[in-house]
Design a binder for this molecule. Structure first.
Ligand SMILES: [Zn+2]
Length: 252
């Protein structure tokens, strides 16, 4: 059957229209795919900005001591050891402090033992401006919970300020408050070895009880938040004592 001229024209027009639609659709897809790729790339850059522009680390040295290690597990329960908890959170605190441009030294970054008396000496050698020793508590009574902070026995105001800030910030993360006090658990006239020879403000913080379910949950589920809390407390103390001039200059 032969087509009339009119029919032929209609077929050609319909064909052209189809091609046009297809081209339009293709253009639309290309646009969205390109947009997606660009977004993907930008988000990737944003997330890796620390790699592209490493923190300057020009704000002074902070010394963090992940308590215990190696043959000394610290407090233990059936399922966990204090030395693992302290290392886990200390590494995270380091990350958070690096983001704030602090240079951070840790007593250890793996499962290693250091004599407690040597820890303060290490902090002195690194010329640390502040030092925090991280521990976890344990009690016979499984109901015992909360944060406890120990200061050097001279109870110097800078160490007390640091300890109070840490207590406050961790309390904001849900931990119960116990005490900020000088000396050791058994004696006010004694002090923990790691706080006895260091020259900078320092404290030892027990981040909850390893023997308390609630504290362990708070510790595990919010590891990053807790690390941030400690880092914020350190930053606040640091700027309070070491960046006063900078602040007042900025204010002028
Ligand atoms: Zn301990």
């Amino acid at each position: 059957m032969a087509l009339t001229e009119q029919q032929m024209r209609e077929i050609i027009i319909a064909d052209r229209r189809k091609k046009k639609m297809r081209r339009r659709r293709r253009r639309k897809y290309t646009f969205f795919i390109s947009l997606f790729l660009v977004l993907f790339f930008v988000i990737g850059l944003y997330r890796n900005r620390d790699v592209l522009a490493p923190p300057k680390l020009d704000r002074g040295v902070i010394f963090i001591d992940p308590g215990h290690g190696g043959h000394d597990p610290g407090s233990q329960t059936k399922s966990r050891k204090e030395k693992d908890d302290t290392l886990r959170i200390a590494l995270q605190i380091k990350k958070e402090l690096n983001k704030k441009n602090f240079k951070v030294y840790l007593t250890r970054e793996n499962d290693r033992f250091t004599e407690r008396i040597k820890i303060g000496k290490m902090a002195n050698r690194k010329k640390a401006k502040l030092m925090v020793s991280i521990h976890r508590n344990k009690a016979g009574d499984p109901r015992a919970q909360g944060v406890e902070v120990f200061l050097p026995k001279d109870d110097n105001p800078k160490s007390r300020y640091l300890g109070k800030q840490i207590m406050k910030q961790l309390h904001d993360e849900g931990f119960a408050k116990r005490r900020v006090r000088s000396g050791t658990l058994v004696s006010e006239n004694n002090e923990y070895d790691e706080l006895s020879v260091n020259k900078m403000p320092s404290c030892l913080v027990e981040i909850g009880f390893i023997s308390n379910k609630h504290d362990n949950k708070l510790f595990d589920k919010n590891l990053k938040g807790n690390a941030k809390a400690v880092a914020n407390a350190i930053e606040k103390t640091y700027s309070h004592y070491y960046e006063k001039d900078k602040k007042s200059k900025k204010d002028k």
